[in-house]
Write a protein that binds this ligand. Structure first.
Ligand SMILES: [Zn+2]
Length: 395
């Protein structure tokens, strides 16, 4: 069964228009969920409870006001209860997800290969918007995202990556890998969550602690009083007609009692890894060729993740050593784990290159227009954009 997985499952007989329609509708539904994630995850709110409500007046949304895209058009972009404008970002995310899903379906046909790409695209879209709005890449997305990337690459090995691996692994190590594929694959998926733990601890020991001290000394010894830079230009504030007070969001970041995260991202990633390796073992037992190709694919994903995040992490270290600044955020490094796992090491390199290029162009333009010396750019948003381009253009 697994040999066919990467080919079209039921290609003939089903018109392309129907495929695109189904994919777009699925994209709208997923986009609607992403809006919930984009709003709630940076605020450390549960994504399940309470029900969706208007951010201005708090009125819970009825089902007919919660239909993706359509409700926004019918309500003419205003809340039914208080008539305050609804952000255009909501329909934009829904339409964007639908468009991306349609493009993926067009490329893959009725195939399992659609699933990992759709998951990847969804997480990239959420991260892009959250980073643009809050200068934040939540662990709650990047941690499970990375584990999911390795697991999905093992369960649905991409054809191109497989071909490349066949060329590379023709030696003794290949034979070992195919003989023990089931165990190797499961260990690799589990190992992805351990890699997260390791990276987190290592970064904190080498850099994070020092950066925190640096920040604290700036806050105490600096000429300006501490609260003013936050008030002036709060990166966390909503860009709406009635901006949310920054202190409230900052409180949520500090872990306010009522808004505490219901689960820790590390443990979620570990549980997810255990579940995914269980599925891999169950499916791989039935089909030895799936186990072999899946183990290779998972190895490729881990190599891509290590190289992709390694490049960014080294530039983060370099920045600190040379300029005593946090030039590259740790969130970007963790995001590249996920991107590298999905796109492989080549795709990870191209993503970083393209994102740096796009970020530089944007930054220089911004500096010329606003005369601001050091604009803080949402590098994660550029990484997302670049990864989407690489995903769609290099196959
Ligand atoms: Zn309202």
């Amino acid at each position: 069964m697994w040999q066919e997985a990467s080919h079209t499952v039921t290609g003939e007989g089903v018109p392309l228009a129907l495929l695109l329609l189904v994919a777009s509708l699925l994209g709208l539904a997923v986009g609607s969920f992403l809006n919930v994630v984009i709003y709630r995850v940076p605020r450390r709110m549960s994504i399940v409870r309470p029900r969706s409500h208007c951010p201005h007046c708090g009125t819970p949304l009825r089902w007919r006001d919660n239909i993706p895209l359509l409700s926004f058009l019918l309500l003419k972009g205003r809340c039914r209860a208080c008539r305050q404008p609804i952000s255009w970002l909501y329909p934009a995310v829904e339409a964007g997800t639908a468009l991306m899903f349609a493009l993926l379906a067009w490329e893959h046909g009725w195939s399992w290969a659609f699933v990992p790409d759709a998951v990847f695209v969804s997480m990239l879209l959420a991260l892009a918007v959250i980073d643009a709005r809050h200068r934040l890449l939540p662990d709650a997305i990047t941690y499970p995202g990375f584990v999911l990337a390795v697991g999905l690459r093992a369960l649905v090995p991409p054809e191109k990556i497989l071909e490349a691996h066949h060329l590379v692994f023709r030696s003794e190590s290949t034979r070992f890998l195919s003989d023990h594929a089931l165990g190797v694959g499961a260990v690799l998926i589990l190992g992805s969550s351990l890699l997260l733990f390791l990276l987190e601890r290592m970064d904190y020991r080498l850099l994070g602690r020092r950066l925190e001290e640096l920040e604290a000394s700036h806050a105490n010894g600096g000429r300006s009083s501490a609260p003013s830079p936050i008030r002036e230009e709060c990166p966390l504030a909503e860009s709406g007609p009635t901006p949310e007070p920054c202190e409230r969001i900052a409180d949520a970041h500090a872990g306010d009692e009522g808004r505490q995260e219901p689960w820790s991202p590390e443990w979620a990633a570990l549980l997810l890894a255990i579940g995914l390796s269980g599925v891999f073992i169950a499916l791989g037992r039935e089909d030895a060729s799936l186990a072999a190709s899946g183990a290779r694919s998972a190895l490729g994903a881990l190599v891509g993740a290590t190289i992709g995040s390694g490049v960014l992490w080294l530039s983060r270290v370099g920045y600190y050593v040379l300029r005593h600044l946090e030039g590259v955020g740790f969130g970007d490094v963790k995001m590249m784990l996920m991107v590298g796992a999905f796109l492989g090491w080549g795709g990870a390199f191209m993503t970083i290159f393209l994102a740096s290029l796009l970020g530089s162009i944007y930054g220089v333009t911004l500096m010329l227009l606003t005369r601001e010396r050091n604009p803080k750019l949402p590098f994660g948003s550029f990484l997302s954009l670049a990864a989407l381009v690489i995903l769609l253009s290099f196959r």
